[in-house]
Design a protein around this ligand. Sequence first.
Ligand code: ADP
Ligand code: MG
Length: 404
Amino acid sequence: MTATAFAKKTVQHLDCAGKRVLMRVDFNVPTKDGEVTDATRIEAALPTIRYLLQKGARLVLVSHLGRPKGGPEPKYSMKPVQARLERLLRQSVAWTDDCVGPAAEAASMVLKNGEVLLCENLRFHPEEEKNVPAFAEALAKLGDCYVNDAFGTAHRAHASTEGVTKYLRPAVAGFLMQKELDYLGKALDQPVRPFVAVLGGSKISGKIDVITALLGKVDRLIIGGAMMFTFNKAKGLPTGKSLVEDDRVELAKAVLAQAAEKKIELLLPVDCIVSSATDGSAPGTVKKVDVLGPDDIGVDIGPESLKLFADKLRDAKTVVWNGPMGIFEVPAFAAGTLGVAKVMAGLRDQGAVTVVGGGDSVAAVQESGLAERFSHLSTGGGASLEFLEGKVLPGVAALEEAGA
Ligand code: ADP
Ligand code: MG
């Protein structure tokens, strides 16, 4: 796949003055007692929203929130988002109780240039996730053109991400979507080399497609997190009571062989922090990976490994990171993850492109306070993983090519 495959038309290609713009956003935010408790995702969509409003668009916003079980549920109402959006935009945001039907259509028709309408949760209709054509067509009636700025749901072919584009065009990307595609797409397709990937997290099983896809692209692959122990087992090293996926040991062997064959440096930790508990109730000690005892649980990479990884990252010009190095949720076991975050922040300062994808990895970087020093933190956990696997995201494929 070439980089141009990701060159999608954006809102900048849109002639939107006086037009109703139906925009799919990711306002899947946490709420409590009718208040939004973390507005990060709303804030992330503001550049596109502001741009369109300034251009005189009549903006209709649709999103999902939570996992309603096929019908309206008050706790998953988008209503709290309306209030927060009004505060952020410093303008009133119109509301409609449904995202399809005559009332929603009427609400979209009375919008004036520069006004916004927020619709109730898309997933109050099971047809949204089933991508039912009639529902997609009904959604399409709310706009004269379509913008998708919800990268986080682009890996799902839902009515609001894929189906709707069959009835509503032009269909273009918002700035947030564009940024995701630019950073992830360029890192994978035109990486400035050396290109190093850092992989960690809990399970090799959830990441095997990412590992395989990256093996074909990177110059070096660094592995930490719990998945290191499945690799260690494959190499005949002791793993104690660490998280090992016994049914993936053969797979790990195959990955090691593949890396050797492709002459890709695959780096595993040389030491780790072990403990007798994963929750921080017992202290951690440093051990070389070849001397783990039968009761040792590996909870983080060790200091020697961090040095080795830092060394192997030193000349990197592109780094993609997915998966924490240890159980970073426990402060005593967060050093490896924080250490890698610091190294990557330094690389970015030297001009490297550094991209983090994956829900927990992004959370770890945000907690480290170093988020500003990364080139890009991907907002879409599952979507960024599928992207790293080299899959075509249906919500992206549905948008128009820039050259077209
Ligand atoms: P991401 O969401 O970034 O893709 P994952 O979901 O794959 O990352 O993995 C994150 C989880 O991996 C974290 O909850 C972390 O505690 C866990 N983890 C990392 N290292 C270990 C380890 N050595 N043992 C058990 N769990 C681990
Ligand atoms: Mg995760």
